[in-house]
Design a protein around this ligand. Structure first.
Ligand SMILES: [Zn+2]
Length: 220
């Protein structure tokens, strides 16, 4: 069983992310970390060193420049091609400057994107893989352009920003994962309570006991 942990919304160092990084380093687990360009641009070299030092555990993905989410407008939805191109390119540039990484993966804020995004991606060979939430539009067009990383088990670890190990165990017992070669979970540790962080540790213990292999998207 292969597992991808898609960890969203890294705007810069926080106590929670420090604890989170320590946990994955101690357990030697791989995660995919969504960097928001507008936050990362303010990071000092010392702050970047923490993430660079964890390059065996962290695969960085582009999580947009400003992470706009409202009812009317999202970073890659109801925005024009110029803004979207800027958001993708400037964030990849910051990721390269700050962390020395040629970022090949994007995960859109709220997983929302548009036909404009398809146009941009068709001209952006650096990005090779895209996180995709089931049920959104343009699956066929997107999969013709890039490798899709299906977020196929959103909610089993975290629902409404709350983590519950019993929900995860229940999901496995019900067999919803039995046909899945790779299980991708989406997580927002910056929004978790202390209790949810504790539950997440239990989730990892449970998954490790099942023999899970945590992978990067570039291992697919
Ligand atoms: Zn996000």
């Amino acid at each position: 069983m292969k597992i991808i942990l898609k960890v969203d919304d890294f705007w810069g160092p926080t106590k929670r992310f420090s604890d989170f990084f320590k946990l994955i380093a101690d357990l030697n687990i791989k995660i995919c970390l969504g960097i928001v360009g507008k936050g990362a641009v303010k990071m000092t070299p010392e702050q970047c060193a923490e993430i660079i030092g964890l390059n065996k555990n962290i695969e960085i993905f582009n999580h947009s420049w400003a992470h706009i989410i409202s009812d009317e407008i999202k970073e890659f939805w109801h925005t024009d091609v110029y803004y979207q191109a800027y958001s993708l390119r400037v964030t990849n540039k910051i990721i390269k400057e700050k962390f020395g990484v040629d970022c090949e993966v994007v995960g859109f804020p709220a997983n929302a994107f548009s036909e404009n995004t398809l146009e941009i991606l068709s001209k952006f060979p650096d990005i090779k893989r895209v996180f995709y939430l089931k049920g959104w539009n343009h699956y066929d067009e997107l999969s013709a352009l890039k490798k899709i990383i299906d977020i196929n088990s959103n909610g089993a670890i975290e629902t409404d920003m709350k983590v519950d190990v019993n929900r995860l165990k229940g999901a496995f017992e019900s067999g919803v994962f039995s046909d899945k070669e790779v299980i991708t979970f989406q997580l927002h540790p910056s929004a978790w309570s202390e209790q949810s962080f504790g539950e997440f540790k239990s989730c990892l213990d449970f998954l490790i006991a099942l023999g899970a292999e945590f992978i990067f998207t570039n291992q697919l």
